[in-house]
Ligand binder design. Structure first.
Ligand SMILES: Cc1cc2nc3c(=O)[nH]c(=O)nc-3n(C[C@H](O)[C@H](O)[C@H](O)COP(=O)(O)OP(=O)(O)OC[C@H]3O[C@@H](n4cnc5c(N)ncnc54)[C@H](O)[C@@H]3O)c2cc1C
Length: 275
């Protein structure tokens, strides 16, 4: 199939992108790396009147350390963040999770913020944002706001972004001395979206596990210093609270079992990695 007709605006400035989004209402949408949007257009699952290409807006690039976070601008491609020499030193979880996103070819085009905007429940970047307590920087002609990841992702491929807003950047908290991280995902083949993905972060206070691919959006739970059978029981409760559903790839019981097994393994690994 071919996409339905649309107008194309190549924005050169952020103000231009904001102006088109404001004037067209929900009929205009951003295109970034196009890795998810182009197939959706071709299948006519998305039929926008206007595509606003933001990839030529100079202000939207850059990976910058800002206070205690890594700020990743809207045009930064997944491969660029993965190749950033300081990535593992500033945030080991990203260095562990990013290689699981699609393939080298899709990472070379797909953006970090585009993945957050798409909000696929199995996607690694939304999962990392929720696991780490990251933030989403949204902007529109009317102004800016910054939302915690756990408030931003609010349903199945649904976010709190308004139609006139774009994601200007995402913020990943930097690692602190003594933190440990682990990431494990199960997919049919490497490069497929995860059936279940687990990210864990351990510090002196305890451990947090975030799970993708089960609930409608990535979800995190803090387990404090729990260990042994008590931890297994708490993970069991978490697995049920995620309200897994059956789909083509796996049924709900199988997903819960993956959360039990991989969740525990990811937590143990994060604790082992504490330095
Ligand atoms: C074969 C294949 C395998 C893949 N496997 C995985 C995988 O395993 N894990 C994974 O996470 N992803 C996977 N993906 C998806 C890939 O990571 C996409 O690149 C990403 O989800 C979207 O980024 P993009 O820059 O290409 O966005 P686009 O395709 O350009 O846009 C996607 C959506 O986000 C919106 N959008 C994009 N940027 C912004 C912004 N700055 N502000 C507001 N809205 C915006 C668009 O309007 C659109 O609705 C795969 C894709 C392919 C083709």
């Amino acid at each position: 199939m071919k996409p339905a007709r649309f107008d194309y605006v190549r924005a050169e400035t952020l103000a231009e992108a904001h102006a088109v989004l404001a004037s067209e209402g929900g009929d205009a949408i951003v295109i970034a790396g196009g890795q998810s949007l182009v197939p959706l257009l071709s299948m006519r699952m998305a039929r926008p009147g206007v595509l606003v290409d933001i990839m030529h807006v100079a202000d939207l690039g850059g990976i910058v350390i800002k206070d205690d976070a890594i700020r990743v601008g809207a045009t930064v491609r997944q491969a660029q963040l993965l190749a950033w020499p300081e990535l593992a030193a500033h945030q080991p979880l990203l260095a562990l999770a990013l290689p699981f996103i699609g393939h080298a070819q899709t990472r070379a085009r797909g953006t970090v913020c585009g993945s957050a905007a798409l909000a696929d429940p199995s996607a690694e970047i939304p999962l990392a944002l929720v696991a780490l307590g990251g933030e989403i920087e949204l902007s529109a002609a009317a102004g800016k706001r910054q939302l915690a990841a756990k408030e931003f992702f609010n349903g199945l491929m649904s976010t709190s972004r308004n139609d006139d807003e774009l994601i200007e950047a995402v913020h990943f908290p930097r690692t602190r001395p003594g933190d440990g991280y682990a990431f494990i995902e199960f997919a049919r083949r490497h490069g497929d979206f995860a059936i279940v993905a687990c990210a864990a972060m351990a510090d002196a206070q305890g451990v947090r596990l975030a799970v993708g691919g089960v609930a409608d959006f990535p979800t995190a739970r803090d387990f404090g210093p729990l260990d042994g059978a008590a931890l297994d029981e708490a993970i069991e409760d978490f697995a049920f609270d995620l309200e897994a559903r059956d789909d083509l790839h796996a049924n709900a019981a199988y997903r819960r079992e993956l959360v039990r097994q991989l969740g525990r393994k990811t937590i143990d690994e994060a604790r082992r990695c504490r330095v």
